[in-house]
Design a protein around this ligand. Structure first.
Ligand code: AMP
Length: 139
C-alpha cells in the first residue's frame, strides 16, 4: 500500500521517533506548527477512526496523554496542548492514515482555527434539541 505513514511504520522512510510499542509509533511532525509537534499513529493502517479496532481506540487517548505529559515535562515551550484528529479529507486530513496531532501551544503562537459565518448565531439554540435527537436515534 502506498501510504507514507505505513512506510514509516515499516522503516522504509525515516522519522524522528519519540515512542514505539507493538500497536503505535509516535514521531515528530515534519512541518511542525510549534516545536514539539508530535504525531501518534496506530501501526495498523486505517484511513478513518471508524476503521480502528476497539482495543486500539481504547489505547490511543491514554497514550496521547502520556506522550503529551512527556512533551510538557521536556522543557519545550508548552502552556497548553491541542489533541487533534482530522477524520476525513473534508475535515482537513491530508495523510489518509489515522494520526493524532499533539501540538504544544503558547499565547500568541499564531495558530488559529477559522470559524464559519453564522458561528454564534442567536438562533442556534432552537436547532440544538432537534439535532441532538437526530444523533440520539442514530446510536
Ligand atoms: P493532516 O493529514 O492534515 O492531519 O496532516 C498530516 C501531517 O503529517 C502534516 O502535519 C504533515 O506535516 C505531516 N507529515 C507528512 N509527511 C510526514 C513525514 N514523512 N514525517 C512526519 N510528518 C509528516
Amino acid at each position: 500500500m502506498d501510504c507514507i505513514f505505513c512506510k514509516i511504520v515499516k522503516g522504509e522512510i525515516p522519522c524522528y521517533k519519540v515512542y514505539e510499542d507493538e500497536d503505535f509509533i509516535a514521531f515528530m511532525d515534519i512541518n511542525p506548527i510549534n516545536n514539539g509537534h508530535v504525531l501518534v499513529i496506530p501501526k495498523k493502517h486505517s484511513e478513518l477512526v471508524s476503521g480502528l479496532d476497539k482495543n486500539i481506540l481504547s489505547k490511543i487517548m491514554p497514550l496521547a496523554e502520556k506522550i503529551g505529559s512527556a512533551i510538557r515535562k521536556s522543557g519545550i515551550k508548552c502552556e497548553g496542548m491541542n489533541f487533534e484528529i482530522f477524520d476525513g479529507k473534508t475535515a482537513g486530513q491530508e495523510v489518509p492514515h489515522v494520526h493524532l496531532h499533539l501540538i504544544p501551544r503558547f499565547s500568541e503562537d499564531g495558530y488559529e482555527h477559522k470559524y464559519p459565518a453564522g458561528y454564534c448565531d442567536p438562533n442556534t439554540r432552537e436547532r440544538l434539541e432537534k439535532i441532538a435527537e437526530q444523533i440520539r436515534i442514530a446510536f
